[in-house]
Design a protein around this ligand. Sequence first.
Ligand code: C2E
Ligand code: CA
Ligand code: CA
Ligand code: CA
Length: 279
Amino acid sequence: AKDQGRNTYQFYTEGMQDREVMRLELDKDLSKALANEEFVLYYQPQLNLETGDITSVEALIRWQHPRRGLLSPVEFIPLAEESGRISDIGRWVVMAACRQLARWKKTPCENLRIAVNLSGRELDDEYLVDHIRDALAKENLSPDQLEVELTEEIFIENLEHNRNQLNRLRELGVQLAIDDFGVGYSSLAYLRDFPVDLLKIDRSFITEVTERHDDAVITRAVINLAHNLGIQVIAEGVETDGQLNFLRNHRCNLAQGYLISRPIPAADLEQALEEGILV
Ligand code: C2E
Ligand code: CA
Ligand code: CA
Ligand code: CA
């Protein structure tokens, strides 16, 4: 039993070492990824349930790693947050989204809004709002073509700073969405105290919304609460027709999920909208 214990321990530490080696390696690669233009944005359509149109898309970052292939953000965003590289990545995301919006002028994608994800760490950056303003101006865009998705973590620390940042973003005219709503340290006070345009109900409530009474009750209550406060609602992780019908019947404004489309490269999105195959 003693031997076995030691073996298990060895195995465990080797696994830890591998992970640490991989982490250090990725972190080193990350420092070159921006300069080498290895990041790419995929776009996932958001369906307007009132009109049946695709009116917006969420930009989701991917890393085309020279040796490891296409990496998911869950594999490198936490790393970038730790090392502080996240603010440079965030600036790139904003700029890339604005460039894309400019390229879409006079195409079937012309009226799309792009939602970008920003972590709490990125909101710390005093110059973030200036950068967004500059990016919009450089590409001659109307600020309401851009939306920023933030998670509830921003309502826990640096409350005064974050409120100020949100107010500045609101003054600029970009749309503000609360991502993963309902799973963080939710406090209803922030719906009152912060300028929010959109709530994004977390996927964990949607997955079984047609099977579980509690998920259905919560989803309906969030929709009603938001609407009574003048806030729009989007559901994420919609994978079935049943979920889509439920959301439509309960007046959810927008839906996003694999049922409508996975996140896809810009060229694929353009083609899909041109051929009208998404709606
Ligand atoms: P998120 O913002 O909650 O994004 C939704 C995630 O759910 C995406 O994963 C998307 O591909 C996935 N998804 C969409 N529809 C469905 C569905 O119907 N079913 C299921 N099972 N999943 C679905 P992805 O692209 O791997 O992104 C993961 C997370 O990485 C994002 O979660 C977001 O927190 C973060 N992230 C992505 N892009 C960026 C970025 O540019 N900046 C920052 N800071 N974070 C980002
Ligand atoms: Ca998001
Ligand atoms: Ca989300
Ligand atoms: Ca989520």
